[in-house]
Design a protein around this ligand. Structure first.
Ligand SMILES: NC(=O)c1ccc[n+]([C@@H]2O[C@H](COP(=O)([O-])OP(=O)(O)OC[C@H]3O[C@@H](n4cnc5c(N)ncnc54)[C@H](OP(=O)(O)O)[C@@H]3O)[C@@H](O)[C@H]2O)c1
Length: 260
């Protein structure tokens, strides 16, 4: 079986940047998202840059059958993951009690359930190819997020799960890394219902900068990668500042984002 790097959420933002980054380092990619046209355009761009054309799988990862479908599609082509990058995800900003419950459950299905399935399903082939798992978490993973409660909780799960898996799989030679970006201007903000990312300037990085830091940290075997000095400071501060102050500060930031 030929090893490939499976990348979810490749049709936009950080996923597109990760696709270019991994392709430029020689990874043969399988790109997953729902918008097939976007994935094909990205595959063409990667081929035009002189790399092997990635395979494209248009799949809704919110479906409970998505993991099995990906496995079947790969097997039919004699492919198996050596690396899995779980990047697909979305957030919502608003009071949890006022946001649509079904949409918040969709977020859990994608950010948590699909990521867990794809992290565990291909461990045998990842081990055979001495590869790894890169899960996209967030600076939000380090703190509770009033007015984006479910999103922050999903990202806390991603970080906790990924760190534990890092420890469990280290003896098998499998690297497992959580990539935790701060604000990145992508389609994420429009989907979340807020204006474009504008954290304090030094926190905001481009998708390309995040992808570069993610690739480097993953290859170096880091457990957690937080791109950007200001973002590393925030994650550190979030562990030191009393929870009640942190909760107030984060709530007022989300209220300002909604208003601006
Ligand atoms: N942007 C930020 O400020 C930021 C900060 C920290 C962490 N993150 C995390 O970074 C990751 C990527 O976010 P982004 O900023 O690049 O967002 P984005 O530009 O909105 O891209 C999200 C990607 O996920 C895919 N996706 C969404 N729902 C899907 C589904 N049901 N099935 C399959 N694919 C699906 C989208 O593709 P389709 O719509 O074509 O399906 C798209 O490719 C997310 O996990 C996010 O939580 C983002």
């Amino acid at each position: 079986m030929t090893p490939i790097t499976l990348l979810t959420g490749a049709s936009a933002g950080i996923g597109t940047a990760l696709a270019h980054e991994f392709a430029s380092h020689g990874h043969a990619l399988v790109l997953v998202a729902r918008r097939e046209q976007r994935l094909n355009a990205l595959a063409d761009a990667i081929a035009a840059a002189g790399h092997p054309r990635p395979m494209v799988l248009a799949i809704d990862l919110q479906s409970p059958e998505a993991g099995a479908r990906i496995a079947t599609e790969l097997q039919a082509r004699g492919l198996e993951p050596g690396v899995v990058i779980n990047n697909a995800g979305f957030g919502l900003v608003g009071l949890a009690t006022e946001l649509d419950i079904a949409e918040q459950r969709d977020m859990i299905d994608l950010n948590v359930s699909a990521l867990t399935d794809l992290s565990l399903r291909f461990v045998a082939s990842i081990e055979r190819h001495k590869g790894g798992i890169l899960n996209v978490a967030s600076v939000a993973s380090f703190m509770p997020g009033p007015r984006s409660a479910v999103y922050y909780a999903t990202k806390a799960y991603v970080l906790s799960f990924t760190e534990a898996l890092h420890q469990e799989l280290a003896p098998r030679g499998i690297r497992v890394c959580a990539l935790c970006p701060g604000p990145v201007p992508t389609e994420f903000q429009a989907r979340a219902g807020v204006p474009q990312a504008r954290g304090p300037g030094s926190m905001t990085l481009s998708a390309e900068e995040v992808a570069r830091a993610g690739y480097r940290g993953f290859m170096e075997g880091h457990r957690v990668v937080v791109p950007g000095f200001a973002n590393r400071l925030i994650t550190l501060a979030s562990r030191l500042v009393p929870r009640r102050f942190l909760l107030r500060a984060l709530e007022s930031r989300q209220m300002k984002r909604k208003e601006s």
